[in-house]
Each structure stands twice: as structure tokens, then as C-alpha cells.
Design a protein around this ligand. Sequence first.
Ligand code: AMP
Ligand code: ZN
Ligand code: FE
Ligand code: FE
Length: 298
Amino acid sequence: MHFRILDDSMKQSFDLHCHTTASDGTLTPEELVEHAYQNQVYTVAITDHDTCAGISEAVEKGKEYNITVIPGIEISVDFNPGTMHICGYYIDPQNKYFQKRITDVQNARNNRNPQIIQKLNESGINITLDEVRHESGKDHIGRPHFAQVLHKKGYVTSVSEAFNKYLAKGSCCYVHRKRLGIPEAIELIHKAHGIAVLAHPNQLGLSSWEEYKKWFIYLKELGIDGIEIFSSCHSKRESEHFKSFADELNLLTTGGSDFHGTNKPEAHLGVFGDNNTINIKELIEQMKKQRNLYTIVT
Ligand code: AMP
Ligand code: ZN
Ligand code: FE
Ligand code: FE
């Protein structure tokens, strides 16, 4: 696999938003840790969509390479007009209550997938669920896997074109899946002894900074612990605004690239804005302190 060689000044030594083959990334958890090591990214959080399946493998490999691996998850919640994702950090993947609720979320995803196939077929595209399963190689099937199959079969020239034309919210073959509500997701993360961080806020798709601020205030009232102010999908201006709102609300501030390997070629591990304002050691201490405020439910 080939990745762009980056100027060292663009990289951070950590990345708190990474996907693996346990969801829709293209590197296995072990490969992700190796990739982190090669790029001098010494702390990574595994934040696969709706699953913790990649964590233990990454933690083990992390010990071998002396890379700190933070257990995490990324949960999609019910939101309009854009999309809202909430990352949970330091959750206990063995927590029974958590596992039960996450299984419900995974089932909703599995019910959605044949419906996407049906819509694509109705749009004249020859694609089967088996092909998408094969692309995924694992139990988890996400829209990037559909996108890759469409690309490989020549229906589109890129993953992003597949989303724009067929798979993104508002496109012809988008299928809504049942998601957790915002309060439920935050509560679930806390009950599994994790902290909840709003991922890539610009994907909320709001129309003004005032709207963003209102949402941050509401999320804080619901118990959110932090905001991912730096992301590969944020402009400098967005990061600056999100940082000032988060600081005002006394929320933790984090950053991550939303690394997906070749499923999101524009995101590079450890690259998420030209900041050096996050001290990862301090942030880890703050996150651990914060999680101790929550009572575990089993
Ligand atoms: P799913 O979990 O199946 O709903 O797919 C969500 C994932 O699809 C996101 O985490 C992104 O990796 C990817 N995605 C969503 N929207 C787009 C888009 N417009 N372009 C490229 N990738 C996208
Ligand atoms: Zn993804
Ligand atoms: Fe996300
Ligand atoms: Fe993500």
C-alpha cells in the first residue's frame, strides 16, 4: 500500500481517530500500529464504527512497538441536517451492557445493507451483497465497502464520487438506519467507563457559527466531555472556531485524522491541521481523570 510521503512539520505524534479493517479502514489493527510506528505517531486511538473488534489486536501490537493504543469506538447518532458521530475513548470493550447495546446497533447496520443493494440494483447497477461482503472481508459492512465495489466495477472513478452519486445522505441510494439518540450514545459511553467526544463537528452541516455554539452548549448539557477540534476534514478557520467554543465551555479538545487507509486516501495518519496546541500526555491524563467521574454499569 502506498501513502504520500509527508513533510514532518505536518504530522502530529498522535492520532485519536483511526479506523481499521474491523470497520471500514483498509489496514488491519496490527498494520495500523506498524504504520503508526513508521510515521512516528506514538499514540493512536482505535475508533472503529460501532465495534471494538480491532482493539485487542492493536493493543497487543502496540506493546511490541511501544505505541500507546487507546481503546475507542465511533458511534453514529440520529442527527439532521448533516451527520453526528461521537467517539468514546477508554471504554471497556468487555462491558456487558455496552456489548448488548452495540450489538443492537450492528444489527440495524446489517438490516440496512440489503436495502442499499436493492436501491443500487434499481438504479441499474449490477452489484451483490456478496461482492460487498468480500470487499469488507469481515462482519462489518460500511458504505465505503459499497463505494470500493462501485469503483472497482467502473461505475465511478473514485470513492468520493460513489458517495456523491449514490451513497451519501441525500443521494439516490442512501438508506437511513436506526441510530442511537444523542443522549443515549453519551450515556452508553459513560456507562462503559469511557469519555464522549464529538467527532469532526463540521460534518454536522450547520449553517452558522452561532448554530455550532448552540449545539456545543446542548451537548455539554447532555454530558459530552470533549470536542475533536482538529480533523483532516476541518479547515483552519473551522478548527479555530471549534477550539474557542470548546475552551469557553471547558470541554476537552482532541484531534485525529479519521484515518481509513485507502478508503479515505486524503486522510493521513497523524495529519489533522497545523496545530501544536495539544499536549498528548496532558490530554491522556485529563481523559483518564474525566472517566473516573462516571459510574460503570455492567
Ligand atoms: P456507514 O458506517 O456505513 O454509515 O459509513 C460511514 C462512513 O462512510 C464514514 O465514516 C466515512 O468513512 C464514509 N463517508 C461518509 N460520507 C462520505 C462521503 N461523502 N465521502 C466519502 N466517504 C464518506
Ligand atoms: Zn468510516
Ligand atoms: Fe466519523
Ligand atoms: Fe471516523
